[in-house]
Design a protein around this ligand. Structure first.
Ligand code: SF4
Length: 253
């Protein structure tokens, strides 16, 4: 596998900054083809990403590898959304699920009392690790790069800036591409409405962010509705987009 230098990544970021999201996605798919994994979430950014991926894939004539992480306890309406994205864009979005062995190491959910008790944060991070991070970690061993719809989220986390490409130390030094990094949630909504694209029905019920049922509530704008009982809002993340390795990131997790 290629060892990346910070200088090479800086040069890529400079090059990609001059491109549109469509051009960035075409750039990545053309270079990496089946060696890049695309992660499709269920938020508005992922809907936009799937539309742009479908257009680029048709031009480049590649069938991209796309996954969606199915934690097993996602909000109602999630399955229908993924089905409609698969159908509308003719994309082979595969479900990525936690292993039975890993699931045996976490408490049964949904039971929010586990997460709001004295060891709540530890339990919650273990659950996110088992249900979200570990399946992706295992899958990424087969790839040289991955991509999703990450944007800056300085209002509710420490994520104030997002590069177009970065070295992902957590996944063995492969590349992580963020082709929509210079866009906002409002840009995504404008795109969805102008192209009449599907979106998660929970947004119409007042959810600002969509994810697992129970951990995701309609009690706040943007990501404030995620784990609303956690006081350190800048740490309220599942670490799926974190590129630094932490002790929990082991194959047995
Ligand atoms: S968001 Fe909640 S239910 Fe989903 S994986 Fe994380 S802790 Fe578990």
């Amino acid at each position: 596998m290629q060892i990346w230098t910070e200088e090479a990544i800086d040069a890529y970021n400079t090059e990609l900054a001059c491109c549109s999201p469509r051009e960035r996605i075409a750039w990545v798919l053309d270079r990496y083809k089946k060696r890049v994994l695309i992660n499709c979430g269920i938020g508005v950014g992922s809907v936009v990403l799937m539309k742009l991926i479908a257009d680029a894939a048709a031009n480049i004539k590649v069938v991209p590898d796309i996954v969606t992480i199915d934690t097993g306890i996602r909000l109602a309406g999630t399955r229908r959304l993924i089905k409609s994205l698969r159908h509308k864009f003719r994309l082979p979005i595969q479900a990525l699920r936690p292993s039975a062995e890993d699931l045996a190491t976490v408490r049964h959910l949904p039971n929010l009392a586990i997460f709001t008790g004295p060891q709540g944060l530890e339990e919650r991070l273990r659950c996110c690790n088992v249900r979200k991070e570990a399946p992706l970690r295992r899958k990424l061993k087969q790839y040289d790069a991955w991509m999703n719809s990450l944007v800056p989220d300085g209002a509710t986390t420490d994520r104030t800036t997002v590069p177009f490409v970065q070295i992902d130390e957590k996944h063995g030094g492969i590349l992580k591409f963020n082709p929509l990094a210079d866009h906002t949630k409002q840009d995504f909504w404008d795109f969805i409405r102008s192209h009449r694209l599907p979106y998660h029905p929970a947004f119409d019920l007042g959810f600002g962010s969509v994810g697992c049922g129970g951990c995701c509530t309609s009690s706040g704008e943007d990501r404030n509705g995620r784990w609303p009982w956690e006081k350190n809002r800048s740490g309220a993340t599942c670490f799926i987009n974190d590129v630094q390795k932490k002790p929990m990131d082991t194959d047995s997790a």
